[in-house]
Design a protein around this ligand. Structure first.
Ligand code: OAD
Length: 256
């Protein structure tokens, strides 16, 4: 657990910063019951092979398996509610002149908590799109309005009749350009970047703290373990975000 003194140092940096960027990963949603990817025991990639479930080739080879796996995750995410970490970030946004959350998460727990300025780098698991983006990239389709046999894998695109797929970024795919550009701008102009619950193993998201740091931002990391970001962190707060972030907020003071 970080000392009160270290928490206060982080709070003072945040309180005196004009532009705050926040990069979040799966760890921030873990206390909401959504598993991370790389935790040794219960991480998704410890139990499932991403090459068979999260690539365009995997989907073409076995669309039903991939669709069903995302249905399983969708149901898990749909039950999840924001935890004190998400709520603290939403409160911080209310207090800060300019704050952008850049998330790698495909859930909407930041928005549910009340965060307004959220960039999604890896898509949104609740949404589906045409595998071929037949009407332009992305061709989003509301699956709840389509009748299909749920035991038979992905429904068909109402425009072209080909498969629908989840609107998430798979391995080997490009990130949405507008979201990545916005994330780079927010990172490059930040006075401080909070990096929360990410292993920092997946690029380009993992390069954003480096970009922020190279433009003079302080890096504050919140993670119970060390990550690829730890070596560039000015302050490392060891612990879970649902406990650390409310403490930081409290240390900023009521009117911080
Ligand atoms: P990872 O699973 O790689 O890392 C999760 C991080 O969260 C680890 O560093 C944990 O130590 C930390 N952690 C665990 N519990 C925490 C808690 N309660 N509070 C704070 N931190 C905690 O997840 P990501 O870094 O998000 O990509 O993974 C990056 C990308 O890899 C994901 O977006 C996904 C995956 O493949 C796509 O789906 C495109």
């Amino acid at each position: 657990m970080p000392s009160d003194n270290l928490i206060q140092q982080a709070a003072d940096i945040l309180r005196t910063s004009k532009n705050i960027a926040v990069l979040t990963g799966a760890g921030v949603s873990k206390e909401s019951g959504v598993p991370t990817f790389r935790d040794a025991m219960d991480g998704l990639w410890a139990r499932f092979d991403p090459q068979q479930l999260a690539t365009p080739t995997a989907f073409m080879q076995n669309p039903r398996l991939v669709w069903d796996w995302y249905e399983y995750r969708r149901e898990m995410v749909a039950k999840a509610r924001p935890n004190p970490g998400h709520l603290a970030l939403a409160e911080l946004e209310k207090r800060a002149p300019s704050l952008t959350v850049i998330t790698q998460n495909v859930d909407d727990l930041h928005e549910q908590a009340g965060s307004k300025n959220v960039i999604h780098l890896h898509g949104n698991i609740a949404r589906s799109k045409c595998f071929y983006n037949c009407k332009g990239d992305p061709t989003i389709v509301d699956v709840s309005k389509i009748e299909y046999d749920k035991t038979q894998g992905p429904p068909s695109c109402p425009h072209c009749g080909r498969w629908l797929r989840p609107d998430v970024v798979w391995f080997g795919e490009m990130l949405p350009v507008d979201q990545l550009d916005a994330a780079k701008i927010a990172s490059a102009s930040a006075d401080v970047m909070l990096v929360i619950g990410t292993s920092g193993l997946v690029t380009p998201a993992a390069t954003l703290p480096e970009l922020a740091k190279s433009r003079g931002a302080k890096i504050i990391e919140v993670n119970p373990d060390d990550s690829m970001i730890t070596r560039i962190a000015d302050i490392k707060l060891d612990g879970v975000s649902g406990e650390i972030l409310p403490r930081v907020l409290e240390a900023m003071g009521k009117n911080g």
